[in-house]
Design a protein around this ligand. Structure first.
Ligand code: NAD
Length: 319
């Protein structure tokens, strides 16, 4: 039997490489498309082909259009919220125009693939509504990054409605796990792991009581694999084909630091810095729709995921 073919954009990145691994384990023939701007060649497993391309390029569009893919998981993006504030045009260029380039190509493929867009459940709902946020919650992103992701979701829904492309949007909470960049702004767990290993203080902004919903990367990869084949009603509105991928559990930054120190069996000083303006105070998402439609629920408890992540960072620090 010929294998189903999947393209994973951002497949050399943190989450994308885990998605590529999950699809390869599910017997897909997997190609990763990545410009290696933050991604690493070493994240790409030996069985996965790497196409070093920019999602905004005609070459990427050509690959999508002619590659015979059954599935596209689109994760390539500019992911740094502070960079999006400093340069919203560069953010929109990658996150809106890059996505649009792939959607246009996908709809022109002889047999259009299912298109799974990686969106954010942490940055599109904003701070107005009472969490946990369900998919249908009004959206008021606090940053250009969140606005670009929401704009891209509207395009995704439009291609579903008007061009009948088989689209899905997965809205991730705060994802953590092995291979996350410890220097990137998005990954507080990775950053804290690195500080613990280096023996330097972890920095907490404000009073540390702001909450986030931390979901393990293996669970996010599994959500993509399930969304690849789930029966999802083809309906028009933005939220119908969108799914929150988180745990529904709020964890404060201080509790996270404590849990990580427990998992690591090691402590380090906590240093306080002034609260960052515009930082969201409470963010966690309702995942009941993913459970009922995709058959997905998170399976890795925070303590277990943190231990696994810390052990991975310690192993690479020692290698
Ligand atoms: N990490 C999180 O907590 C989180 C939360 C919500 C949503 N997301 C989304 O998940 C996706 C993956 O994020 P991540 O945390 O793995 O980040 P990452 O930076 O590790 O991965 C992004 C990948 O995209 C590649 N890339 C960037 N611009 C590109 C371009 N123009 N052409 C081709 N490749 C390009 C990078 O090289 C990198 O490998 C992103 O779409 C992000 O917005 C992440």
């Amino acid at each position: 039997m010929t294998k189903r073919r999947a393209l994973v954009t951002g497949g050399a990145g943190f989450i994308g490489s885990h998605v590529a691994d999950a699809l390869a384990s599910a017997e897909y023939d997997v190609t990763a498309l990545d410009d290696l701007s933050t991604g690493k060649r070493r994240n790409v497993a030996p069985g996965v082909r790497l196409e070093e391309l920019d999602i905004r390029s005609p070459e990427a569009a050509h690959l999508v259009q002619t590659g015979g893919f059954d599935l596209i998981c689109h994760l390539a993006a500019q992911i740094d919220v502070r960079k999006s504030v400093a340069d919203p045009i560069a953010d929109a260029d990658r996150n809106i125009l890059g996505t649009l380039n792939l959607l246009e190509a996908a709809r022109q493929a002889p047999k259009p693939p299912r298109f799974i867009f990686s969106s954010t459940g942490g940055a599109i709902y904003g701070d107005f509504a009472e969490p946990p946020s369900a998919e249908t919650e009004p959206k008021d992103p606090e940053s250009p990054y969140g606005i670009a992701k929401l704009a891209a979701e509207y395009y995704v829904a439009y291609y579903g409605r008007v061009h009948k492309l088989d689209v899905v949007a997965l809205r991730y909470a705060n994802v953590y796990g092995p291979r996350q960049d410890p220097h990137g702004e998005a990954g507080v767990v990775a950053m804290f792991c690195q500080r613990l290993i280096d023996g330097t203080p972890v920095t907490v902004f404000g009073d540390g009581r702001q909450t986030r919903d931390y979901v393990f990367v293996g669970d996010v990869a599994r959500a993509n694999a399930l969304a690849a084949s789930a029966a999802i009603p083809r309906a028009g509105r933005l939220d119908v084909r969108a799914f929150n991928v988180g745990t529904g559990v709020p964890t404060s930054v201080l509790d996270l630091a404590e849990a990580l120190m427990r998992a690591a069996g090691k402590t380090c000083p906590v240093e306080y810095a002034p609260a960052r303006p515009g930082e969201q105070q409470r963010s966690f998402i309702d995942v009941s729709k993913s459970a009922s439609v995709l058959g997905w629920t998170p399976s890795v408890a925070l303590d277990t995921g943190l231990k696994h992540t810390y052990d991975w960072f310690r192993a690479i620090a020692g290698s």
